[in-house]
Design a protein around this ligand. Structure first.
Ligand code: MTE
Length: 315
């Protein structure tokens, strides 16, 4: 199932529905987006093929200089169990997900709960590109140019109370749009969580696009979390709720198999999964394996969050 690198330009393989959604999206945000200061948005030249919504986004200093995984691999080799457990299922089946209208409820232990419209979130995101490594717990990795903004910006606006120790992320739970929900493979909805200081870390982003385009459905449209120093399953897709809690959230994979998937799930080559080693990884598009780095290569930025913690115990 692993693919070779390919030189196909995203514009050649952009599926028709994505193209049409982009057109709808641009109509929806219209001039309002530009008035709100979203100077990175460009109007598309449809005559020349689909344009990149976030074409002028600035590359963040947090970006890796490693080459990005080809668009085709990023968008056809996915984990999104709401659309099936096969790697190709999400790309084949996620067309049923309707991403407009869409809202994200931000609530729980905070002074200013708010139901955000997705297009307000997209406008906040229009300025930055983050090229991050993503390491899946299963042993493969990619490098993905995301379009997003620090999750902390949204959290600050909610004014969490002193009781807000954790942040919970909840994915859409609608089996008419997500056929995989009819299977019992996980307890739905998909829920993930972070400690609040992890969620406030500048590397943790809310993401609405990749490769300068709106997120394809299979990658978690219209909005997902990306936490690059943790295994990929911590980065919940298609989220509808962000909730501040006093207690550690009960997360989907931890509930399903607690022995294998801890709450923290920081990438750690020194702590093996009970069924396989985590010391090495296969980068999609490459042959052979490369060593996995502590915190997925982001140790310098995030290791201090875990000072004094036994990471074998809090895996
Ligand atoms: N979010 C939801 N809602 N459902 C999922 O099954 N899979 C996770 C994560 N987020 C998943 C999810 C896993 S295991 C990984 S590795 C990443 O999404 C994959 O993200 P990608 O397909 O964009 O590379």
């Amino acid at each position: 199932m692993l693919r070779r690198s390919s030189d196909i330009a995203p514009s050649e393989i952009t599926p028709r529905d994505l193209f049409e959604r982009r057109r709808e999206f641009l109509r929806d945000i219209g001039l309002a987006g530009i008035a709100a200061g979203a100077s990175a948005l460009v109007l598309p030249a449809f005559a020349q093929g689909p344009a990149k919504v976030f074409a002028n986004a600035k590359k963040s200093a947090f970006s890796t200089t490693e080459p990005a995984t080809p668009y085709k691999d990023v968008t056809t080799y996915n984990n999104f169990y709401e659309f099936g457990t096969g790697k190709e299922d999400p790309a084949e089946r996620a067309g049923t997900l309707k991403t407009r209208p869409w809202t994200v409820m931000v609530d729980g232990e905070c002074a200013k709960p708010k139901r955000w419209d997705i297009d307000e979130i997209v406008r906040l995101a229009a300025v930055e590109e983050r090229i991050y490594r993503m390491r899946c717990v299963e042993g493969w990795s990619m490098v993905i140019p995301w379009n997003g903004f620090p999750l902390s910006e949204l959290i600050r606006r909610a004014e969490p109370t002193s009781k807000a120790k954790y942040v919970e992320f909840v994915t859409l739970n609608d089996d008419r749009q997500m056929p995989g929900l009819r299977s019992g493979v996980l307890e739905w909805p998909y829920v993930e969580g972070l400690r609040i200081d992890e969620a406030m870390h500048p590397l943790a982003i809310l993401c609405v696009g990749l490769y300068g385009e709106l997120l394809p459905n299979q990658n978690g449209a219209p909005v997902r979390v990306v936490v690059p120093w943790k295994y990929g399953f911590k980065s919940a897709k298609s989220i509808v709720r962000i909730r501040f809690t006093e207690q550690e959230p009960r997360t989907a994979w931890n509930k399903a198999i607690p022995r294998e998937y801890g709450f923290y799930s920081n990438v750690n080559p020194a702590v093996d999964h009970p069924r396989w080693s985590q010391a090495r990884e296969r980068r999609l598009g490459e042959f052979g394996k490369r060593p996995t780095l502590p915190f997925n290569g982001y140790a310098e930025q995030v290791a201090s969050l875990y000072a004094g913690m036994d990471l074998k115990r809090y895996f």
